[in-house]
Design a protein around this ligand. Structure first.
Ligand code: SF4
Length: 375
């Protein structure tokens, strides 16, 4: 569980070498002049937040460089940004510092520089070990890059290595997915995130499916893949602790746990979201506007909402249900909700041991809709 003093920092690096066809994140294609503008604006954003002191002296328990592809930035720039953060805020003694990376965008020297600078965790977007899977999702790189990157990261000193995978890809069979897992497990990651492919509006993939160039997502197959994932990973010593996340003992992602347990976090960079001192706020999702605001010495915040008690309860339920141990029944039971809970249990979406309420495997597939039904 998180304590009131836990706070995390998220840094959104909005650059990639290419845009994958399923991706709806705010980002642009990496160009050195844009990266330089962004890095200088981000440094200014850190300093401005440092002056405004929203953390009230709390120490950072986690720092997470996500994106985008953080390793689209040269390693020395990532190291400089981390140093600015560390000189602005104190960090806890066991701070987790993650950098997301594309397996094709790292070098041995770069990984060594990141590990030596204090990054403790690296998360590779591997997606699949079957190269044909990359084609319909517009993924660049080669499957052999993943094994090489994991080995290089380990040699550089990273003990905590995550692999992000995606299943239910167009044309991927159950056996193909199982083979991807079997090829990746010998790499001995400490953490594996397995996401079912979802189709976001406005993406190239949504358009390709609408125009029948790519087959649609098969929900039933994704459920079977989810079951195979749990079976294979738990057999090899992983614990499933969240809908999409598996960890070896002691390697659960502290930063993501903050999100799922109502913890607070400050987000930096274009489009980054924050939840600090009971208020949720978001940054402009536009690099030019973000830079312009900071050039005027303004924080690039577009909207800000102080959450009511009801909204906090709702978030606690939506995120808490994502965790495999679920939520305490007493926090949500009430005359008006009991019949809905009963209905969701008999329909196979929820289960209970009379103390905690959990999603079933079917419920996990529709986690957000199930939580919405309880409010
Ligand atoms: S590498 Fe990741 S962030 Fe970049 S486009 Fe692909 S999915 Fe999106």
């Amino acid at each position: 569980m998180t304590s009131a003093s836990d706070i995390g920092l998220y840094v959104h690096i909005p650059f990639c070498q290419h845009r994958c066809h399923f991706c709806a994140f705010y980002l642009e294609i990496a160009h050195s002049d844009r990266i330089a503008r962004f890095s200088s604006a981000l440094t200014h954003e850190i300093r401005l937040h440092g002056q405004h002191n929203p953390l009230n002296g709390r120490r950072l328990q986690s720092i997470y460089f996500g994106g985008g592809t953080p390793t689209a930035l040269p390693p020395d720039q990532l190291v400089s940004l981390l140093k600015v953060i560390q000189t602005t805020w104190a960090t806890g003694p066991t701070v987790e510092i993650t950098v997301e990376a594309h397996p094709s965008s790292v070098t041995r020297e770069g990984l060594r520089a990141l590990a030596q600078a204090g990054f403790t965790r690296i998360s590779f977007g591997a997606e699949s070990m079957r190269e044909q899977d990359f084609i319909p999702i517009g993924r660049h790189g080669h499957v052999q890059d993943t094994a090489a990157a994991v080995q290089a990261a380990r040699e550089a000193g990273f003990l905590n290595i995550n692999l992000d995978l995606m299943y239910g890809l167009p044309g991927q069979s159950l056996q193909d997915w199982q083979r991807t897992l079997e090829m990746l497990l010998p790499l001995d990651p400490s953490h594996v995130s397995c996401y079912a492919l979802t189709i976001e509006d406005g993406t190239q993939l949504a358009q390709d499916i609408a125009q029948c160039r790519v087959p649609p997502v098969d929900d039933g197959l994704q459920l079977d893949m989810d079951a195979v994932t749990e079976q294979l990973l738990t057999q090899t010593g992983f614990v499933r602790y969240e809908i999409s996340n598996y960890a070896k003992p002691a390697w659960r992602c502290r930063h993501n746990l903050l999100y799922w347990t109502g913890g607070e976090y400050l987000g930096l960079g274009p489009s980054a979201q924050s939840y600090v001192n009971g208020t949720r706020f978001g940054n402009m999702a536009n690099l030019d506007q973000y830079v312009a605001a900071l050039n005027e010495n303004r924080l690039p915040i577009t909207d800000s909402t102080r959450l009511s008690r009801g909204e906090r309860d709702r978030d606690a339920l939506v995120f808490g249900l994502r965790l495999l141990h679920g939520v305490p029944l007493q926090t949500i039971a009430g005359a008006e909700r009991d019949s809905e809970i009963e209905h969701l249990i008999t329909s196979g979406f929820l289960s209970t041991d009379h103390e905690r309420l959990r999603l079933t495997p079917l419920g996990r597939r529709y986690a957000d809709s199930v939580a919405e039904r309880l409010f």
